[in-house]
Design a protein around this ligand. Structure first.
Ligand code: AMP
Ligand code: GLY
Length: 435
């Protein structure tokens, strides 16, 4: 099987790595990829834009691939999976209409309500006045979400009303192109509790859950600083309820998938269920329509089932016949090394030195580029994702941080508390400071 992966982050590097370990996969191609992938995959030069459906469908066709795996959300929301399938090529990733579960938070809330999925009470607001009413209704801390895709930066959680209003105004007063729908936001009640990410592989009917992971969204240690795309993750979650996966399947994933099918827009791909474990039980924080980054780095580090066969079964609608998934009993931790200025304004072009690996740790690339004179430079906010594995969470942490300590990028930063609380038997709350 020849597989084309779309994307260039550490998530895609993890996908590429796992696919190359599948004996049924004969070749992995990647577009646009990154310098870290050249030993494992064919990095296609000049592939075109990955959110251009026709260009990606042509690329898949011209390279005679058997399966396309779409990494990020933007191509899905743009309709890349539809265009690939229209050429008769299998594609792992939902259709444009189904990807609205991630592309519009208001749509996701509507589906959740129809499916009876437990989630925060919410209001869709089209003016600052409406937002103000919702802030009063739900009280502080305030949760304000840009309706559309915002690369992990559209959500503000704050106890300061002025800050909540400012974010609402910033989202609502944005210019939109003629013919586009006016901007809207979702204001919702604050969900208090540790967060869990659970990826459900689905073909639109059957569901196979992957192992749960925890992501660290805030930029700084202790859950401080702005939200980011994710600064680190670990798996498994020994503190999570024993019936977590079953609850998610029965109360969240299946009802959602049934509701999407009922609407005539079946959802196939990854239903990423972002959860908060609150005093009133599991609540959905968000849905995404793809693998999470950086959770994928730790989930795939533990998956022993060949990935290509699993994704092809989901793409072909044969997941019900797929054997149960096999997992390593090891723990995995990933630490993201971010460029100076991330997330506000990451600096590009800084030299990257000191990338090494060990028996129990390796470096996945994200925002890296070849320097003109040789070597590597930073080319994005999240630069590297260092993965450590081990028989205990503490050993997996140590394996990752030993490699992180050797990496030298001027001004780069990382969190030093990834998986720390869990390794010490404490539960980690994501938002220590709501400002
Ligand atoms: P989202 O893009 O919806 O995942 O939101 C990004 C992050 O904001 C989440 O991972 C949470 O840490 C936080 N967040 C989102 N919604 C809520 C909520 N209702 N209550 C508390 N935190 C939230
Ligand atoms: N790690 C969060 C996300 O992928 O959206």
């Amino acid at each position: 099987m020849k597989v084309l992966v779309l994307g260039s982050g550490a998530r895609e590097h993890a996908l590429v790595r796992a696919l190359t370990q599948d004996p049924e996969v004969t070749e992995v191609l990647v577009a646009p990829g990154n310098p870290g992938m050249v030993d494992e995959a064919t990095v296609l030069s000049s592939p075109g834009r990955i959110d251009d459906p026709e260009a990606m469908a042509r690329l898949a066709h011209d390279n005679s691939v058997d399966l396309v795996v779409v990494g990020p959300e933007a191509p899905l929301v743009a309709g890349v999976a539809d265009a690939v399938r229209a050429r008769g090529i299998a594609c792992f990733g939902p259709s444009q209409q189904a990807a609205a579960l991630e592309g519009s938070k208001a749509f996701a809330k509507d589906v959740m309500a129809a499916a009876g999925v437990p989630t925060a009470r919410a209001r869709v607001c089209r003016s600052v006045e409406e937002a103000m009413e919702a802030f009063t209704e739900f009280g502080a801390p305030h949760v304000v979400k840009d309706d559309g895709l915002a690369a992990g930066k559209g959500v503000v959680v704050t106890s300061k009303l002025t800050q909540a209003l400012a974010h609402a105004a910033q989202c609502l007063e944005r210019e939109v192109a003629p013919g586009q729908a006016p901007p809207q936001i979702v204001v919702e009640e604050f969900l208090d509790g540790p967060e869990i990410s659970l990826f459900c592989v689905t073909d639109g009917t059957s569901v196979l859950p992957l192992a749960p992971a925890q992501d660290y969204k805030r930029a700084l240690d202790g859950g401080r600083g702005p939200n980011t795309g994710g600064m680190g993750a670990y798996s498994p979650l020994e503190w999570a309820p024993g019936d977590l996966t079953e609850q998610v399947i029965e109360r969240i994933a299946k009802p959602t998938i049934q509701e999407m099918a009922r609407r005539g827009t079946p959802f196939a791909g990854i239903l990423y269920v972002g959860l908060a474990l609150t005093a009133r039980g599991l609540q959905v924080v968000e849905f995404n329509a793809r693998f999470g980054d950086p959770e994928t780095q730790v989930v795939l580090a533990r998956l022993r089932t060949p990935l290509g066969g699993l994704l092809l079964a989901a793409a072909n609608g044969t997941l019900a016949q797929h054997p149960p998934l096999q997992w390593s009993s090891e723990h995995a931790v990933t630490v993201v090394v971010a460029a100076r200025g991330y997330p506000e304004g990451p600096r590009k072009g800084d030299p990257i030195e000191g990338i090494t690996s060990a028996a129990d740790a390796y470096v996945l690339h994200a925002g890296t580029a070849h320097a003109p004179g040789g070597g590597l430079v930073t080319a994005g906010g999240r630069v590297l994702s260092v993965v450590g594995t081990g028989p205990s969470l503490e050993q997996a942490r140590r394996a990752a941080y030993e490699i992180v300590a050797k990496i030298d990028i001027p001004g780069a930063h990382h969190r030093s508390d990834i998986a720390l609380a869990a390794a010490e038997g404490r539960v980690f709350l994501p938002n220590q400071e709501n400002s």
